[in-house]
Design a protein around this ligand. Structure first.
Ligand code: URA
Length: 281
């Protein structure tokens, strides 16, 4: 088995074990109503409790038929939005080159059903040697169109959050747990997250940041390997494979709950992240 397959299988096992701990005993396609007892019909949404998207969910675009996809097929591996490794020095060049390799491995990905409805893969962007990586949930409509993470309303707020602690957007790295837009902005499903997780994990290791910031419940639950209550966990340092991980609110949650208290919480969390990153320099 290739390393990539081994990582995918390990991620699936972890995700299934986490679901089992939650009491879920069926993971699979939604069954027709009445074809199984209710308890066995749970679709495999990874994390459902706290929707993070502010946009009204538009109707899911119809899946492109295989024929349509094939007739419009063209190589669709967009250039990675990173500086040319040749223009970078030492570490940064090596990390940029590694990220480019990971992007090439991802290719014109068809590992899960999201490939049927996405327009563009949104791999991630930013400084390959960033002190901090922000991990969101998944591309929305704006990101799907542009191929870049966090460019919609939530993205504008994320940029402000980053600026509030003295970084520019291009100083950090921004990506998501799934690289393709879930149709209608629904939550990514377990199997979709599991297919993408090895790529996310490789990105994190390539960048080797001082800290990882998970934005909202889905990103935090994915990296910690268990369902979390973000309102309880935010602001408390966690660990992912030896990396310091700070869970905080998703900017889309902040857009919906633009209270002084919620803003203060995120500000406190990001100040702690900034202090940690500065201490490693
Ligand atoms: N845009 C992203 O790229 N990720 C999110 O989680 C939300 C909006």
């Amino acid at each position: 088995m290739s390393d990539e397959r081994r990582e995918i299988v390990a991620a699936l096992r972890r995700a299934v074990a986490a679901l089992r701990d939650e009491g879920v005993d069926w993971v699979g396609p939604r069954l027709p109503a009445g074809s199984a007892p209710a308890a066995t019909q749970a679709p495999a949404a990874v994390v459902a409790a706290e929707p993070t998207r502010p946009e009204a969910a538009p109707a899911a675009p119809a899946a492109r038929s295989t024929a349509a996809r094939e007739s419009s097929w063209q190589p669709r591996v967009p250039a990675l939005d990173l500086p040319d490794p040749a223009t970078l020095e030492g570490d940064a060049a090596a990390r940029a080159a590694r990220l480019a390799e990971i992007r090439a491995d991802l290719g014109d990905c068809t590992r899960c059903g999201l490939c049927e409805t996405r327009d563009q893969i949104v791999f991630g962007e930013g400084d390959p040697a960033a002190p901090v990586v922000f991990v969101g949930e998944g591309p929305g409509a704006d990101e799907d169109r542009s191929g870049r993470p966090f460019v919609g309303r939530a993205g504008e707020l994320l940029s402000k959050m980053i600026a509030a602690v003295g970084w520019r957007r291009e100083d950090v790295y921004i990506c998501n747990i799934v690289k393709c837009r879930p149709p209608g902005n629904r939550d990514p499903r377990l199997e979709e997250v599991a297919m993408c997780q090895p790529f996310l994990e490789q990105q994190l290791r390539a960048i080797d940041p001082a800290a990882i910031v998970t934005l909202g419940k889905p990103a935090t639950s994915t990296l910690l390997g268990r369902p979390v209550a973000i309102t309880k966990l935010r602001g408390q340092w966690q660990e992912w494979n030896g990396y310091a991980l700070m869970p905080t609110f998703h900017p889309a949650y902040l857009l919906r709950n633009y209270t002084r208290e919620a803003r203060q919480a995120v500000w406190d969390d990001l100040k702690a992240v900034r202090a940690r990153a500065d201490a490693r320099r």
